[in-house]
Design a protein around this ligand. Structure first.
Ligand code: GLC
Length: 428
């Protein structure tokens, strides 16, 4: 069933095919069209470029389907497509927290891939994408929450990069006051993702974990969110709204916060590594004036960075599962991951690329990021399996109510504990 919600752009078979001579005669008669759901088509979306490169090389055709910007909305779109067993989309870019939820609708890629196809990838990512012994996605890039800061402003006002949330709050308040006094009324101390969606789950997990409040649900499936450190972490974040962070934060996703920071209107930003190249690129007001550091921690915790990342999967309802798997293998192969790292500073999922000279030369911080990535905090997606979306929704909705001042941290964590235990009794 065609889905009216998705935008499509079709790329015709390339003219280079015509030039490639007789051998291609046979190939082009077998040419198929593979529809691939990429990112939202914004500046950071490299998926169409690589998919089209594959089409050019193989003589097949790709149809790039762009998807909504926010992860939670992307998930709804994919669930809608998969539940209706639609063959409209063959290949999908899926979030690291989705394999458990979508696996029944996805092809076991190992059926078509050579035995050594996953060699060299981070084993944790391959495990993450293997559900009941089936490899349902190949890792493309990995993500970790980072603190971006303005080097020029810290220097001008005599401050260091904060290591604790308390320091961040104090420095943000101080510099925000000074910048406003100097005439920039739109200036804010800290911008982060506070909308009720998956992005808030990733932020709030960082607050909770870095206060020593655990990871919502532990790796044995025990719900751990009802504790004083978690409550304090949420209360601290609520205190930022309207003081060092705009009220609009309650509706902000990654791109909105990047915009605020990039236009020079924030001292600190919490975001993913993709921001680095864009904020230092053309049209950015802050190019050359920014730094990146681990996120701060609370009094009883250590810096915690939520692990994110994207993978490619093939729909079980695809009419070309083998070819679609070939496209997935192409996009996630070493050479293409290297291009992605060079062009956009994205973090590869192949270990050896963190030692690649060209990659390190272009992104000197890639080596440090490796540390952050390998020590990242994972969301409880594997342990909660197909109930993860309900878990995350409960967590981000209650957190959002704390941010908007409707609920105290302690009441929110107690309520979440009950709700998550109820979900867990049936689901895991
Ligand atoms: C990033 C992460 C992804 C996460 C999302 C939340 O895209 O890679 O894992 O779910 O942000 O907004």
């Amino acid at each position: 069933m065609p889905n009216p919600d998705i935008q499509k752009t079709t790329r015709p078979l390339l003219t280079s095919l015509v030039l490639a001579g007789a051998a291609l005669g046979a190939q082009s008669s077998l040419a198929a069209e593979i529809a691939i759901a990429c990112g939202s088509g914004d500046a950071a979306d490299y998926c169409p470029t690589v998919a089209e490169e594959w089409a050019e090389k193989t003589g097949h055709d790709v149809k790039v389907v762009s998807t909504p910007n926010a992860t939670t909305e992307k998930l709804s779109l994919f669930q809608q497509l998969l539940n209706s067993q639609s063959s409209d989309v063959d290949v999908m870019m899926i979030d690291i927290v989705w394999p458990g939820m979508l696996s029944e609708h996805l092809v076991d890629l190992s059926r078509y891939l050579p035995d050594d196809a996953t060699d060299g990838f981070f084993p944790e990512l391959i495990d993450n994408n293997t559900v009941d012994g089936r490899l349902v996605a190949m890792p493309w890039y990995t993500d970790a929450g980072m603190l971006y800061y303005r080097t020029d402003l810290l220097e001008r006002h005599g401050h260091e990069v904060p290591e604790t949330w308390e320091e961040l709050t104090r420095i943000a308040t101080d510099i925000q006051d000074a910048e406003r006094e100097a005439g920039n009324d739109d200036f804010w101390g800290y911008t982060f993702q506070g909308r009720a969606y998956e992005g808030l789950t990733t932020n709030a997990l960082e607050w909770v974990a870095s206060h020593g409040g655990g990871t919502i649900i532990d790796s044995d499936g025990k719900v751990t969110i009802d504790n004083p450190q978690a409550a304090a972490a949420l209360d601290r974040a609520a205190g930022w709204i309207g003081t060092i962070s705009p009220e609009g934060t309650l509706n902000h996703t990654e791109e909105k916060t990047r915009g605020i920071f990039q236009s020079g209107n924030a001292l600190f930003l919490r975001n993913w590594p993709y921001v680095w190249a864009l904020a230092n690129g053309e049209g950015s007001e802050v190019a050359g004036k920014i730094g990146m550091a681990p996120l701060p921690h609370g009094p009883e915790g250590e810096s915690a960075s939520t692990l994110g990342g994207w993978n490619f999967a093939v729909s079980r309802y695809s009419e070309h599962p083998e070819l679609a798997t070939e496209l997935v293998a192409y996009i996630t192969a070493r050479a293409q991951q290297k291009d992605h790292a060079l062009a956009m500073g994205m973090n590869p999922t192949i270990v050896s690329l963190y030692e690649d000279e060209e990659v390190l030369e272009r992104n000197p911080s890639m080596g440090d990021l490796y540390e952050t990535l390998t020590h990242g905090v994972t969301r409880p997606a594997t342990v909660t399996g197909d109930a993860y979306a309900r878990v995350s929704n409960a967590f981000f909705n209650a957190t959002h109510r704390v941010l908007s001042g409707e609920l105290e941290g302690a009441a929110a964590v107690a309520q979440m504990q009950r709700q998550l235990e109820r979900i867990g009794r049936r689901a895991w």
